[in-house]
Design a protein. Structure first.
Length: 670
């Protein structure tokens, strides 16, 4: 490099110096206060109530482990804050003896002030639990102006108070407690974090408490709230205990509604102890099929709600689908082999709860379960019970089979209509489809898919990896036009957009007809890097602005190709990002020497790898792109696109500023 290049660089001023003094190390719980979104998903109402869930989950873990049978939840008003919440249990109580690694500190203080500390890592203190990362109660402490812990152990009562993550005094022994045991946590969320207007919603907490009692039949939960917070829907006092568990909950939910079967399908399966004597797991379910229902689904793992489902949901779908197909074959209904999981699930009321050791979630907010063994556990638990449910009463089984096959016939009819439109459109064009499009035959049992891939190299690998019957490939050239900042004439003149619109066959803007879409799924598949994310963003912008109805109906998806391939001996695994790679190295390859290969792009993956990781429905993972309800009209969608991708950078800057606290710094480093 020539010296004159350096001459053109501006001289650094003292204020711009970047040396060791610029590196900041956050101590204790300061990272939580700086970036609460990393730990509780944000600072909105949902995140506020997540604090309550974290503390309640700890109490539930004591109950599930067999050490507690009573939990009390009390909500009080606290001027200038969201409220004062107290949750207590009659379990073992947090240890108060000195921690061996931190001389002079009690185990209680370590747990409250140190991230990743707790009794749930080794599995010795808890066979199954929801809090696995050791951050729950410490995060609550960090984000509260007052946290008071009372512990009754060995007939003695101890207490310690904290504020914003720091102890305000030492642990104190405050007296004898001959008739008391367990832990009581009282906290007041910090208005600096959640805002002065943020308030605990009594109705929301009441529903949370009641749902926990349904999830574990062996616990009694007592609810109390200040008289000023009570209402017709929220009593000042209530006691919950449901011996029937989820079956009781489902009976209440479908009460008075006509169902396909008069008897819901419910049950529980405990799995025997493992070689070390530990409990392997438990599955409990309750399912009803009401008539004329949109359905609702509640998934739980170790009493933690997982609203996005996950591997336990997949196991249930597999068990129900295989069971109804087998029953159809038993009664001579040959068409039953065409039943798909959505035919079985759509319109049903489902509650599924699993208890497993060391569950893996997609994030700290635990919205989705990712433990692979959960699918197998649930399928094995449910399948035999479902077979008996269908065959013990043939009339009941036939009634359910008939209802499911009606949904199947409707689904196949809609699919056939789409296929006719797709083939008619193809014939009408007389092969005027885009030259780069490699179309599918549309003759397979699965739904048709169009993969929009980045570049000819990736397109070549995708063509070899695809299922020719159901998967079409359309390569695009690099970064397409940003339609949010382009004129209508420029959009119409762009060849890449013209090819894309021609391949989809449904028209654009006011002429967009979602019923004419030639494929059931449109999947954006770009490289797992920054450039790939940029291209995916531009493509999503195109769909949001030019074809919003395609997005609204759930036809648009993002593929998730891996960034790394990890190999140790004969074992290999794929990681989608740096965090996933670190997790695999810590769990699957723990203590082993790992060879890490980084894919520079989709074109570097051989067809087998691309099929296995990104394209095959059985092994891939897709993200569905949707529009929130508030963006119902075209004008609202256009406003959203203009703010995020339009010509005015100030609006994007404001959007980034407002959400800066939600960004994971590790992702920036990556």
């Amino acid at each position: 490099m020539s010296d004159d290049l350096f001459d053109k660089l501006p001289a650094s001023t003292p204020s711009e110096s970047y040396d060791g003094s610029a590196i900041e190390v956050l101590e204790g719980l300061e990272p939580v206060r700086r970036r609460p979104g990393m730990y509780i998903g944000g600072t909105d109402e949902r995140a506020l109530h997540h604090l309550a869930a974290e503390v309640l989950d700890n109490a539930m873990d004591e109950a599930v482990a067999g050490h507690a049978n009573r939990i009390e939840v009390t909500l009080e008003e606290a001027p200038g804050s969201a409220g004062r919440l107290t949750i207590s249990d009659n379990g073992r109580g947090i240890p108060v003896d000195e921690h061996p690694k931190y001389p002079g500190k009690s185990a209680l203080e370590v747990i409250l002030t140190t991230l990743h500390s707790g009794g749930k890592f080794s599995g010795k203190a808890y066979a199954t639990s929801g809090g696995l990362h050791g951050v729950g109660v410490s995060v609550v402490n960090a984000l509260s102006t007052l946290t008071r812990i009372e512990v009754a152990r060995n007939k003695e009562l101890y207490a310690q108070e904290f504020s914003r993550g720091l102890p305000t005094g030492p642990l104190q022994r405050i007296g004898n407690a001959p008739n008391r045991r367990g832990t009581q946590v009282t906290f007041v969320p910090d208005a600096e974090i959640f805002g002065e207007d943020a308030k605990f919603k009594p109705a929301r907490l009441f529903r949370l408490v009641r749902s926990k009692a349904y999830l574990f039949a062996g616990v009694e939960i007592r609810w109390k709230c200040a008289a000023s917070l009570a209402s017709d829907d929220v009593p000042a006092e209530a006691v919950f205990q449901f011996p029937g568990g989820l079956a009781d909950h489902l009976a209440e939910q479908v009460s008075g509604r006509e169902c396909v079967t008069t008897l819901p399908f419910s049950g529980r399966q405990d799995f025997p102890a493992g070689p070390g004597g530990e409990e392997m797991g438990r599955v409990e379910w309750a399912i009803a099929w009401p008539l004329w229902s949109d359905g609702s689904y509640s998934w739980y793992c170790n009493t933690i709600p997982t609203p996005d489902g996950g591997t336990h949901e997949q196991g249930l779908r597999a068990a129900l689908t295989k069971g109804i197909r087998a029953f159809g074959e038993l009664v001579g209904q040959k068409k039953a082999k065409d039943i798909a999981p959505e035919d079985m699930i759509t319109g049903s009321e489902i509650m599924l709860s699993v208890f497993i050791r060391d569950p893996q979630f997609q994030s700290q907010t635990k919205d989705r379960l990712t433990s692979p063994e959960a699918a197998r556990l649930v399928e094995n638990a449910v399948r035999d019970h479902f077979d008996h449910f269908l065959t013990d009463n043939l009339e009941r089984g036939k009634a359910l089979l008939g209802a499911v096959m009606e949904r199947m016939d409707e689904r196949l009819r809609r699919k056939q209509e789409r296929e006719v439109k797709r083939k008619t459109a193809t014939n009408a064009r007389k092969l005027r489809l885009p030259g780069k499009l490699t179309d599918c035959s549309g003759e397979g049992d699965g739904e048709t898919e169009l993969f929009i891939v980045e570049g000819d190299s990736a397109g070549g690998s995708a063509k070899q990896a695809r299922d020719r019957k159901t998967q079409a490939i359309l390569p695009i050239r690099g970064k397409i036009l940003n339609v949010a900042s382009a004129t209508a004439d420029k959009i119409r003149a762009n060849s890449e957009i013209a090819d894309l619109a021609l391949a989809l066959g449904c028209g654009m803007r006011k002429d967009c007809n979602a019923d004419a879409l030639r494929y059931d799924r449109v999947i954006i598949m770009t490289d797992a890097d920054v450039d790939g994310a940029h291209i995916a963003t531009l493509l999503m912008t195109f769909f949001f602005q030019e074809m919003p109805e395609i997005v609204r109906r759930g036809h648009l998806y993002l593929a998730q190709p891996p960034l790394y391939r990890l190999t140790s001996g004969s074992t290999s695994a794929y990681a989608k990002d740096d965090a996933h790679r670190a997790e695999l190295e810590r769990t699957k390859f723990k203590g082993k020497k790992v060879e890490v290969g980084r894919f520079k792009g989709l074109g570097e993956m051989n067809p087998q790898q691309l099929r296995e990781t990104t394209m095959a429905p059985a092994t891939r993972s897709l993200i569905r792109i949707t529009l929130p309800p508030e963006y119902e009209g075209r004008a609202a969608v256009k406003d959203l696109v203009d703010r995020l991708m339009g010509r005015d950078p100030a609006q994007r800057f404001m959007f980034i500023q407002n959400r800066a606290s939600e960004i994971d710094p590790e992702l920036i480093d990556a």
